[in-house]
Design a protein. Structure first.
Length: 459
């Protein structure tokens, strides 16, 4: 928020080329606020402002910039300055940057790294995309179980400034295998002569380097951890993953789910950066499918053409009926997909879900059906628009709403589970798709109710 408040002043200083005042203005800002301010500036000014930052501050600010701003700043740097930034960056943030760049640019930037950092960067990039290995950093504190608290504290003082976090330290054996993790408070509250082996309990949770990011997110949620170690197939400690990386993963997953729920294929880049043709392609597929589905609505209405000719007023309630079912189905779909994503609902729960949605659909359908009936009955009492049998028309609307809402609720809740059962992404059963399905079947339900209740009177 600080960057938004002072942004105009900063732009004025840039326009005046008052670089000393700019440097002084940033002195008391946090790296996140400086990065936000730089990102809001035009592309041509981002690198100018970044170069004003002291070396001690620039790397921290660079890590908070978004991928586009990082690339702009890197292009404006000389090799020496770019090498310093890349070598000082945390390994996980550097990997995230390199993932966004073309292969040729990645090769060129890796050559700027020191031998040690180059080996780390290449090792992380060798892990599959979307795996925990791409997220981890090798900057962690590890100790041996035979060490005393004093030896441990001395080790932390010597190497702690280079580490990602000091909240948790890791106990490894002589082969580098993880045997425990210990919160730093457990070290600080004990006498300095105590050995690690005297209070460690071997009760820890670890991720595999080949685990998927989504699976790692579930582990963080389940065990409520801020940091988790990453091991290989031989139990050797490779690095750690922190909660800030998981927040990025969670944001990506939530964005993808929301886009799919809206009937759009998930975008692989931010909306403003996506090419126009890519946007059209991602949206056109589902729009064509939904449009073809809606064509069945015309077919269904054609099937009941005779009824419509005899009672034109029935057409007045078509939007009401199908929208009620579509809205109910969209609600159910959204609730179920989110519950499945959080692990609250599993495939084995389908019968319990169905029972709950039948009850919910009946209650919601009765509420909306009574409102629909009341509307027709009251209006018909003071008008002749619905004819002398307006109570039967109202009953038809009420029963149709009840049936359509019940069907929409069931379809919206069961379709995600069916897709999961056959191995597809439940988010594919987007709200528009359910709404289209209910539109077609809703017409059948409505006109069937009309034929049964209005035969011999209106029909």
């Amino acid at each position: 928020m600080l960057g938004n408040l002072i942004g105009p002043e900063i732009k004025e200083l840039i326009a005046e080329r008052n670089f000393s005042a700019l440097r002084a203005a940033f002195a008391d800002w946090s790296p996140a606020d400086i990065a936000e301010c730089i990102t809001e500036l035009p592309d041509g000014e981002q690198a100018v402002v970044f170069r004003l930052l002291p070396h001690a501050q620039s790397t921290d600010v660079f890590e908070y910039l978004d991928a586009d701003a990082q690339q702009i700043v890197l292009k404006a740097m000389g090799h020496a300055e770019a090498a310093r930034i890349l070598n000082d960056m945390s390994a996980d943030d550097r990997t995230a940057l390199l993932e966004e760049l073309p292969g040729a640019a990645v090769v060129q930037l890796i050559q700027l790294l020191s031998p040690e950092e180059k080996a780390i960067a290449q090792a992380l990039l060798n892990y599959p995309e979307g795996s925990v290995g791409r997220l981890m950093t090798p900057a962690f504190i590890s100790v041996r179980e035979e060490w005393t608290i004093q030896e441990t504290l001395d080790h932390i003082r010597t190497h702690g400034s280079e580490m990602e976090t000091l909240n948790v330290i890791y106990v490894t054996d002589e082969r580098g295998r993880l045997i425990d993790d210990i919160r730093i408070r457990e070290v600080l509250i004990r006498p300095v002569s105590t050995r690690i082996a005297e209070f460690r309990d071997s009760n820890f949770v670890a991720l595999r380097s080949t685990d998927a990011e989504g699976d790692a997110l579930e582990v963080f949620r389940k065990y409520d951890r801020n940091t988790l170690p990453v091991i290989d197939s031989e139990e050797k400690l490779l690095g750690i993953v922190t909660v800030d990386d998981m927040l990025d993963v969670q944001e990506e997953e939530a964005t993808e789910e929301i886009q799919k729920l809206g009937g759009v294929e998930a975008l692989e880049e931010p909306y403003m950066d996506a090419p126009l043709l890519e946007l059209v392609k991602k949206r056109a597929v589902w729009l064509v499918v939904l449009f073809l589905g809606e064509m069945l609505t015309a077919t269904a209405m054609g099937f009941f053409e005779h009824e419509l000719e005899r009672a034109v007023m029935l057409a007045l309630f078509i939007p009401l009926i199908i929208s009620a079912g579509g809205n109910a189905g969209s609600q159910a779909t959204s609730l179920l997909i989110r519950a499945m994503a959080l692990g609250e609902v599993r495939l084995g729960d389908w019968w319990r879900v169905m029972r709950r949605e039948i009850a919910s659909g009946l209650c919601l359908g009765l509420i909306l059906g009574l409102i629909g009936f009341s509307r027709v009955a009251i209006w018909g009492h003071f008008s002749t628009i619905y004819g002398p049998h307006y109570y039967l028309v109202g009953a038809t609307v009420g029963c149709a709403v009840l049936g359509v809402v019940l069907w929409g609720t069931l379809a919206g809740s069961m379709l995600p589970m069916l897709l999961r059962r056959i191995g597809l992404d439940p988010a594919t059963s987007s709200a528009p798709f359910v709404a289209t399905l209910v539109d077609v079947t809703g017409l059948v339900i409505y006109f069937t109710a009309a034929v049964l209740l209005l035969r011999g009177t209106v029909l």
